[in-house]
Each structure stands twice: as C-alpha cells, then as structure tokens.
Design a protein around this ligand. Structure first.
Ligand SMILES: CC(C)(COP(=O)(O)OP(=O)(O)OC[C@H]1O[C@@H](n2cnc3c(N)ncnc32)[C@H](O)[C@@H]1OP(=O)(O)O)[C@@H](O)C(=O)NCCC(=O)NCCS
Length: 389
C-alpha cells in the first residue's frame, strides 16, 4: 500500500506502551540543528504545568508523530485594567487574565511528513484545549522553521504574534567575575513571589501560578541585585528610587538534554582546543566554546526584570552569578528569552551565533473574551515561563 493510504490513529500517549518508540522518534527529529534527549520521561517538561496532555499518531505498530500541550492562567496582553471578571484569578483584581494553552513537542517521523499528520495532531490537541476551557493557544517556534511556521500560520489559524529573542551564552571552563559594585541576595520563594506579583503581574504571559514555578524542584532560586552598600529587608520590595534587578534560574538539566548535529570534525576539534586551553590557563579567561556536540545541559534564566538607571548592569552581574552556578553543575550553556524590545536585553551576555530568532504564534480558540489578545500591541516585556522552554 502506498504511504498516502495508511490509516493514522491519534490517541493518548501511554508511557507503558510508547516510551521507547517516542524516544526514538524524538531522537530522529532535528529541530533546527538540535536533537532532544527526553531522558526517559517525555512528560517531564509538561508535568510541571497545572494541566497537561500528550498525544501520539500511530500507523500500524509504528509511532509516527507526537504532540504535547499544557494549559494555565496568564495575564492577557492588551490588558483592560480594572476588568471586573478577573477577581478570583489569583493574580490581582486589576489584571485581566485568560486561560492559555501551549502547544509543544510536535514531531512527525521524516518518512511520514507532508501527509497531514502534523495538522491532525494539532487539531486533536486543540479539541482537548477547548474541552478544558482554554481561550487562546500559542506555540513557540524558530523563525526559520518554515514547516512549523507554515503549518501553524497558514493551515491552523495562528497569527505571528511576538518575536522574542532567545539568548544563549556558553558556560566557560573558568569562573567569570561578578561586578564588585553589585550586591547579590538570594530571595526566599515567598519574597520572590511577592516581588514578581507586585512588579510583573501586568506583563503579558505572567502565569497566575508563579508560586508553583518558584517552589518547583527545578527552580534553583531567585536572585536580587542591588548597588553594593544598599540594604535589602526581607519581605519588602526594593527601593523604587534606586536601581535593582532580579532573575530566577531553572534547571532544565534534570528534564532534557540537547545536542547539536551536523558540525564538521574540524569545527569540533577547534572548539575542543579552546576548552583545553581555557581549562589549563583559567586565569586567562579564554572564552571557550562548550561541547555542544554530545548531549549537554542548560540552565534557563526567567523572570528577568529590574528598574533604575543601573538595572542593566545589575542584570549583567546576575548573569555572571548564574554562569558560575551553571558551571558548577556541569551545564554547557545558560539561556534566557526576552521580548525583542526588552530594555534589559543589553545586560544579558550571549553569543549571537548560538542565539536563534524565535517566533511566538497565538490563536484565539473562543471569542467569549472581550478583547482580542491576538491583535494587541506588544509591550516592552513578556514573561517567559521556564516550563515552556
Ligand atoms: C513541522 C512538522 C511537525 C510538520 O509535520 P507534517 O506532518 O509533515 O505536516 P503536515 O503534513 O500536516 O503539513 C501541514 C502543512 O504544514 C506546512 N508544511 C509542512 N511541512 C512543510 C515543509 N517542509 N515546507 C513547507 N511547508 C510545510 C504546509 O503548509 C502543509 O500543508 P500542505 O502539505 O497542504 O502544503 C514536521 O516537519 C517535523 O516533525 N519537523 C521537525 C520537528 C519540528 O520542527 N517541529 C515543530 C516545532 S514547533
């Protein structure tokens, strides 16, 4: 039988039956030049969200496609302040929230592409989103992933919505110096939560369950930076007249590994040489190229914010601190994602060659929401949920 006539069954993922075949499919599907190692648990990433679902597409005994989805409540863009309907959302009575679904991990086996399987998986996942009350769905993809961009924007009704930048910085063999002009304080999760709710809950995509992110076992802590010499009193917001910045660190290392494919032997050897030199002469602080050609781990910086004339300098100090934490735990890169106009972006060190352009696409699933979020103008910042990276 020609492959166009085979029956495709879409059903719920069953870990007992499907784990090995799903892992094989994931390893065979490059996204850009990256492959993902799910480390024996394809649900690990989505399980961190309040509501999640995974589907597989099967032909005979073969798993030929898969998709994952999550749902949570977030701050909607185009916020109509003082919206009376959002009293019990756990964020704040002044902020309009909405139920947002997230599409992730869409993969179709190379041999079965362009048969409509990807589209079928998206449609079936959207049925689950609607059944569970989601009002919008969004997907993150690389801007140059033509197949994915076309599938969502031309065939599934998603609009190109935001173009945040994914900033990747290598972790060197040497420790980096944290500015002496900056004091770094680790916040306890309840202080971190009140800071985020107080300062960021009107930022679009801010999750109403921020507390469960901050107390998740994958969250390695929230760090506040202040000018050296200033005081921080636990339970109080930083002085709004001074400069400060905050970041939180998420440990993706325990959930998945990534690997860059298709690099020439020459480039791999050159990269190794920089690492050897950096390891041997750490005082020279050589910017060595990490080993991305075998499965590597990442820390992700989220909840990046700050205020005041020295805020970008504070962010830079926090990123140096995060680099040293990642180095200690054996990560190869530290990544962050921010809105394209984010003013603090200048403080986030990254290598352009490692930093892909991202595209977020958004779809309205039902129109019982007064304002159409898909048509709202972008703010300066977005809140990037580490569970969705
Ligand atoms: C993206 C992917 C899931 C598409 O799966 P698929 O089953 O081949 O997609 P479909 O057959 O349902 O295609 C639906 C539409 O998407 C677009 N599309 C899919 N593949 C395309 C390609 N290679 N080039 C251009 N458009 C493409 C087309 O508009 C297509 O409709 P058409 O065939 O009528 O022209 C698959 O290519 C894949 O697994 N890629 C690697 C992983 C990845 O990038 N995932 C997306 C991350 S968000």
């Amino acid at each position: 039988m020609g492959k166009g006539f085979q029956v495709v069954v879409v059903r719920d993922y069953d870990p007992n039956r499907d784990l090995r075949r799903v892992e094989e499919l994931e390893k065979s599907c490059e996204v850009g030049s990256l492959v993902v190692d799910l480390m024996g648990d394809p649900l690990a990433r989505i399980r961190q969200s309040p509501s999640f679902h995974m589907l597989v597409a099967e032909i005979g005994n073969e798993i030929v496609g898969m998709i994952r989805g999550t749902i949570k409540i977030v701050t909607r863009g185009g916020n109509a302040l003082l919206d009376p309907r959002s009293k019990d959302d756990g964020v704040s009575p002044e902020i309009s929230t909405t139920k947002l679904a997230f599409v992730s991990g869409l993969r179709v086996s190379t041999f079965y592409r362009r048969m409509g399987i990807g589209l079928k998986l998206v449609h079936r996942l959207e049925e689950w989103f609607r059944l569970n009350g989601a009002v919008y769905a969004y997907v993150q993809t690389e801007n140059d992933n033509t197949a994915s961009v076309k599938l969502f924007t031309e065939k599934s009704g998603y609009s190109k919505y935001r173009t945040p930048v994914f900033l990747v910085n290598p972790v060197f063999n040497h420790r980096v110096t944290v500015s002496r002009r900056v004091k770094i304080v680790k916040l306890d999760p309840s202080d971190a939560e009140s800071l985020y709710r107080h300062r960021f809950s009107s930022t679009e995509f801010f999750p109403s369950d921020i507390n469960s992110i901050l107390t998740n076992k994958l969250s390695l802590g929230t760090f506040l930076a202040l000018p050296r010499g200033s005081d921080y009193v636990s339970g109080y917001s930083p002085d709004p007249t001074g400069s400060w910045a905050v970041i939180s660190i998420w440990n993706s290392k325990d959930v998945y590994r990534l690997q860059v494919q298709g690099t020439s032997r020459l480039k791999r050897t050159l990269a190794k040489t920089t690492r050897v030199l950096d390891g041997a002469f750490q005082f020279l602080k050589i910017p060595s190229f990490p080993n991305l050609f075998k499965p590597f781990a990442m820390h992700f910086l989220y909840g990046i914010g700050g205020e005041g004339p020295r805020a970008a300098e504070m962010v830079e100090a926090l990123c140096s601190h995060a680099h040293n934490i990642a180095r200690k735990s054996g990560c190869a890169v530290v990544a962050a994602e921010v809105a394209c106009c984010e003013p603090l972006r200048v403080g986030i060190p990254h290598w352009k060659a490692l930093s892909p352009e991202d595209l977020w696409c958004l779809k309205r699933l039902r129109d019982n929401d007064g304002v159409d979020w898909t048509k709202s103008t972008p703010g300066l910042s977005v809140f990037v949920d580490p569970r969705e990276i």
